[in-house]
Write a protein that binds this ligand. Structure first.
Ligand code: C2O
Ligand code: CU
Ligand code: CU
Length: 574
């Protein structure tokens, strides 16, 4: 490589002397099976004048949180203490675990409480993250800083010649685009975002972030942690790199490219070969001018008069995100990477049990800032949208009928994209993913399998990962049900929660239904998924459970048109 080709003589560089430069912060790690997180309120002086910015953070951080290192097979015992004086949740984005530990909106941690998820790490080596998922407050809590990385390690990845020395040749990078109000406070809005942050430090508008990277193969684990903006990542002067991982695992083969487009929630790992470049400088950039119109970040669309302002100064321009200073090679440097990384075998879409179509919709074609819907319906905490039999292999078809691009995310599973607008997606999109970006007019198909965890009460979420769209209702929920449930009404969008009382119960469990006359099937399921009670036309409004052993159970009631459930505890002691 010639020096000329990599030294960027951009305007930004000429202005460097007047910029506040900060060194890239590499977040501290927590590892081992026992991890404690405490979410607290804090504040940071992000702006030279005016108020501090009030933030949320975990542990000793003032903004964001530590990087959690999970080993595949490890039995995790995590405590999350809520010190923010408001309800929250913590969701382990991309991690495959039982819905009760998924940290979705049904698993609230009240102010002052501690939550104790316990699960086995089953995921493949990749970069995941954690963030709150409270109903209607995900955006504000996450953009105030409640987010951190999870790095999963596994034996296959560990056996490969890849950079994996954290903070030496392996770096997590969370890139966020934020919108602050006149009082320097984060707003749960994104269309006029103009502040770029890299690992919690300001990176534009008079600020820049640099890192020192050794002259060898380096690995960047990039997360788009923005509320709304998509980035089209690349290196200055189109310096080439290899994408080695998508959201949920290594790609089968390294993908030679010069761009990786990441919408909110998406991750990619890239390896950059800095061998021989000591003393030189490159930039990680967003080539946003290449994004399609209708993508937050791409060129601003011509708008009809009277439309809300949506003109971020960053839209449609290319800008620097991180300055990469190349320093001396380390000992034991990785200077080549393998040509084969993984052996992911996508499920065969032709064997799918069902194909579901989810259309992204809005009240009209002109809507730019929401609300947006799935299949014309807004999120309802008390409605289960999909009932999925465990071990189903499913094809989901996602069709964007709105004017803006949306990153679609699903909990519980990783999926394989096999069709984008009728064509096979490029190699960087064909690995394991949990978020897929769907620009205006696009449609995509993915295949996945719902394995291992069934819970007929606590749902998993699927939603747009533009956090403001999610909070405004662009979300749905599904339960994965054990075999006993299969055959229950699946297409009617039906589950409602019911009240059961008293709870805990000793002998008679009472429940309230609105249309009791419809009752046809009542079941009680124990905590390992077995049906321990089943009756058609049950006694109205109550069940005698004196025969049950002490423990926790689920009550499931199916009528012609409705599907109700609740958890209860049988306890005869005291
Ligand atoms: Cu990263 Cu349901 O979220
Ligand atoms: Cu998630
Ligand atoms: Cu959206």
């Amino acid at each position: 490589m010639f020096m000329k080709t990599i030294v960027s003589i951009s305007l930004a560089l000429l202005c460097l002397s007047t910029k506040a430069q900060t060194q890239l912060v590499v977040p501290d790690t927590l590892m081992g099976p026992n991890i404690s997180l405490t979410m607290h309120k804090d504040s940071v002086q992000f702006f030279p004048t005016g108020s501090k910015t009030y933030t949320y953070a975990y542990n000793q951080f003032k903004y964001l949180g530590p990087t959690l290192i999970f080993d595949q097979g490890q039995n995790m015992n995590i405590t999350v203490t809520n010190d923010i004086n408001d309800t929250t949740t913590v969701h382990w984005h991309g991690i495959h675990l039982p819905s009760i530990w998924d940290g979705g909106p049904h698993t609230e941690i009240m102010a002052g409480d501690t939550w104790n998820p316990q699960f086995t790490v089953m995921d493949k080596a990749a970069t995941y993250w954690y963030h709150p998922h409270l109903h209607m407050k995900t955006a504000i809590q996450a953009i105030k800083g409640a987010a951190g990385f999870i790095i999963v390690r596994d034996p296959n990845e560990a056996s490969l010649s890849l950079p994996r020395k954290y903070g030496v040749d392996d770096f997590p990078l969370v890139v966020q685009s934020q919108q602050y109000d006149v009082n320097n406070q984060a707003m749960p809005l994104g269309m006029q975002d103009s502040t770029i942050m890299v690992n919690g430090a300001r990176a534009n508008n008079g600020y820049s972030v640099y890192g020192n990277f050794p002259a060898q193969m380096i690995r960047l684990r990039i997360l788009n942690g923005s509320g709304e903006r998509a980035f089209n990542f690349g290196l200055s002067n189109n310096f080439p790199f290899k994408q080695i991982a998508s959201d949920g695992g290594l790609l089968n083969l390294p993908f030679d490219t010069t761009r990786v487009r990441l919408a909110p929630g998406e991750r990619a790992e890239i390896v950059v070969n800095l061998t021989g470049l000591q003393g030189q400088t490159l930039y990680l950039m967003s080539y946003a001018s290449e994004l399609p119109m209708g993508v937050q970040g791409g060129p601003t669309m011509p708008m009809p008069p009277g439309s809300p302002p949506m003109d971020s100064p960053l839209n449609g321009i290319d800008f620097n995100i991180l300055q990469i200073n190349v320093i001396a090679q380390t000992t034991d440097a990785i200077t080549f990477i393998p040509t084969v990384l993984e052996n992911n075998l996508p499920y065969d879409p032709t064997t799918a049990d069902i194909t579901r179509t989810i259309r992204f919709t809005a009240d009209s074609m002109m809507v730019m800032d929401g609300p947006f819907y799935f299949n014309d319906s807004s999120f309802n905490m008390d409605r289960i949208d999909l009932v999925i039999p465990i071990n189903n292999i499913e094809v989901w078809k996602l069709v964007n009928e709105t004017m803006v691009g949306h990153p679609f995310h699903i909990h519980d599973v990783q999926f394989y994209l096999f069709d984008r607008n009728g064509s096979i997606p490029h190699q960087g999109e064909r690995g394991r993913k949990d978020v897929v970006f769907i620009p205006t007019g696009d449609s995509v198909l993915f295949v996945t399998k719902f394995e291992d965890f069934a819970d007929s009460v606590i749902p998993y979420m699927y939603h747009c990962h533009i956090l403001m769209h999610e909070d405004a209702g662009m979300m749905g929920q599904f339960i994965v049900v054990p075999p006993e449930y299969v055959g229950l009404n699946e297409n009617l969008v039906l589950t409602n929660r019911i009240m059961v009382y008293p709870n805990p119960t000793t002998n008679i469990l009472k429940y309230t239904l609105t249309k009791i006359d419809e009752l046809v099937d009542i079941r009680i399921i124990n905590n390992i998924g077995q049906v321990v009670y089943k009756q058609d036309k049950s006694a109205v409004g109550q069940v005698d459970i004196s025969f049950l052993e002490d423990g926790s159970y689920q009550l499931l009631i199916k009528s012609n048109n409705h599907y109700y459930n609740a958890n209860f505890i049988k306890n005869t002691e005291n």
